[in-house]
Design a protein around this ligand. Sequence first.
Ligand SMILES: [Zn+2]
Ligand SMILES: [Zn+2]
Length: 376
Amino acid sequence: MRNRSSHKLARSLALLVVLAANSNSQVSNAHGREPQPDLRTNGSVAISVLSLFHPEKIIVTALAGHALVLVAGEQSLILEDSQVSSARVRIEGAELVISSGEQELRATNLIGVGRRNDSEDFILEIPGKIKRRYHGTLAVKSSFGNLLAVVTLDLETAVASAVAAESAPNTPLEALKANAIAARSYFVAGRGRHQSFDFCDTTHCQFLRAPPPPTSLASQAVQATQGLVLMYQSRPFAALYTRSCSGRTRTPAQLSLPSAGYPYYSVDCERCRQHPVRWSSNLSIGDAGSLRPSDEGTRLAVARRLGWSAVPSNQFSLARQGDHLRLAGVGNGHGIGLCQAGAKAMAESGASFQQILQHYYPNTEIVQYPGRNPVD
Ligand SMILES: [Zn+2]
Ligand SMILES: [Zn+2]
């Protein structure tokens, strides 16, 4: 179960990698990316899904009223609810075995697409563990004894799924728009983080949920900002955001992190200054390891072992009590870039998405991508 804390961790972990990555890296034409991108938008994003569960079996199901064509080597079968709507995929030796009703296909790769070789709605299930709906095309292969499932989503679908997964309830439209632009920038500039796909859906890269309904505020925010990204010095950068800061946002340098693509700035955040989110925690000396305040790297090392709630932010004081350390902190997340709590408050006071983005990402432009026209 992915909760709010875990995607805060996701952002934080993503930070380290994004900052170290070449923000201009191109999508490789790696294996498993064959389905054509949807050309209505600015390309697609390939995300490895459910890998946290190291699946050996996956059930693929076409959504009611939809048909998913499964192609395995020279063979294919169609999943649809008037016939057989599910297929089981498992590994046998070097092959995938795909069984559905009476049919059984064997191949090293499986592709799932709509009837027109396009995106389709489908469900992936790891029996007894998780079931999740996607809209995109599917590629499955075996990888180190597990199934590797990669969903290629239209960029805008990916942005909507991320905004829906990461926004607090009751966030106003303008704040969601700002978030959508930051998320889109992250997807565009942070691509190619893995060899045969762009992002994973674990703490390392980007959490994903089912796409929100088209009428939702998150979908409206994505549609209203379609194709817009943040650019610094004429290049999109993987814009980071944080759930709540400590009253000022932080720069990577202040947190002993490298920066690439955009230097970030430490800006005032009125909402968090006036209503700080405080937390406290107890850690054994051993668990704390080399943990230090204002050092994101050491915080993430602890979070990887103990979970996010052990150290919710990098702004805290430490006091030794016997064999324990008492931590008293403020904020949620790494504190870099857009503060979601602050953005929500700004939108509630009437700020536009442009004003929100200009506040948290000074010296940037909001630009239609891949076009180059700055937006007023
Ligand atoms: Zn990843
Ligand atoms: Zn803040």
